[in-house]
Design a protein around this ligand. Structure first.
Ligand code: UDP
Length: 329
């Protein structure tokens, strides 16, 4: 049995489907603070999963899971992820992400569950000193969100030394796309991400998409990012799980496509999917946005045998199909 924390959220729910499709039994743990019960209902209507509503900040909630189920490994997504919110509400982030994870890890160790796949982030790197960025790039997170991820990575290293807890840390770049055929996709109550925000223009009257800054030192003045498809990304989690069980070795992997797209490239690609040009406004730079972030994911390709085949246009088409479904929820 695999425990997936945060399995009602965007990436977590895609991971639930990925593991189920690989014939693994799954128990999902989520407090629905960011995830959605409707997503769990959709998954349950088709698959056999165990679901437990609980909060990692209450250690008893998670202790119950380890007492009830024979857990082989944990895939840990539960946590807050909005960068700007983390700068104004760091308390919430440290409590939810760090304290919540500590409760989880302590419960794991007490119950002798010693394998974890951790959802980390490229936010641990901070400003790019060079691109593409490999796993040895300096770690200097620029915001509390990135700091919580780095603190947890460090805790995992210490828990390995002291308690033999093995971990695979996966550092994501910009995750996009959806598995709309399974009725799941990106669903944040306050949406800040690029692709869903551009798509909103086509689905919500009077919504105007803003480009945050066109005066960066890039080919067209807008920020450059590495967009990785969510279905490719969760496949890497399955490969990481197999790697961990087989090798019993801790490791760290970047997960990105290695391809660079500017905000304007993404905008143009969305227009291509829609078949028409949508209006946009140029706004000021968003605070804390680095000009360019590109992943070197060659280690994941080599060691995990991971490949990411989904093109930008395919990911965006899937996200569009999902946005239409989401409107009917
Ligand atoms: N962005 C934008 N308009 C939006 C949302 C995002 O111009 O409505 C830009 C943002 O400034 C960044 C890029 O798109 O350069 C990716 O932002 P996103 O929030 O999707 O991911 P991040 O890189 O912040 O993790």
């Amino acid at each position: 049995m695999i425990l997936i924390t945060g399995g009602a959220g965007y990436i977590g729910s895609h991971c639930v489907i990925e593991f189920l499709k690989n014939n693994l039994d799954v128990v999902v743990f989520d407090n629905f603070s960011k995830g959605h019960s409707k997503i769990i209902d959709k998954i349950k209507s088709k698959y056999d999963i165990n679901f437990f509503k609980g909060d990692l900040r209450n250690k008893n909630d998670i202790d119950l899971i380890f007492r009830k189920y024979d857990i082989e490994a944990v895939v840990h997504f539960a946590g807050f992820s909005e960068v700007s919110a983390s700068t104004v509400q760091p308390k919430m982030f440290y409590e939810n992400n760090v304290l919540g994870t500590l409760n989880l890890l302590n419960s794991m160790v007490e119950n002798k569950v010693l394998n974890i796949i951790f959802s980390s982030s490229a936010a641990v790197y901070g400003e790019a000193k060079y691109v593409p960025m490999d796993e040895n790039h300096q770690l200097m997170p620029k915001n509390p969100y990135g700091k919580t991820k780095l603190i947890i990575e460090n805790i995992l290293d210490d828990y390995e030394i002291a308690y033999n807890l093995k971990s695979v840390k996966l550092r994501y770049f910009n995750v996009i796309g959806a598995n709309y055929k399974e009725n799941i996709g990106e669903w944040h109550d306050i949406e800040t991400h690029l692709v869903p925000n551009i798509l909103k223009s086509s689905l919500i009257d009077d919504y105007v998409f803003n480009i945050f800054g066109d005066d960066y030192e890039t080919k067209d003045g807008t920020c450059i990012r590495d967009y990785v498809d969510v279905q490719d990304l969760v496949h890497a989690h399955y490969l990481a799980y197999k790697y961990l069980i087989k090798s019993n070795k801790s490791d760290i992997f970047n997960l990105g496509s290695g391809k660079e797209y500017s905000v304007k490239d993404v905008y143009n690609c969305v227009c291509k999917v829609l078949g028409y040009k949508i209006p946009f406004k140029i706004n000021a730079r968003r605070k804390g946005d680095p000009a360019i972030l590109i992943a070197d994911s060659s280690k994941a390709r080599k060691v995990l045998n991971w490949s990411n085949e989904t093109s930008l246009i395919e990911s965006i088409s899937n996200a569009y199909e999902w946005e239409k479904i989401l409107k009917t929820f």
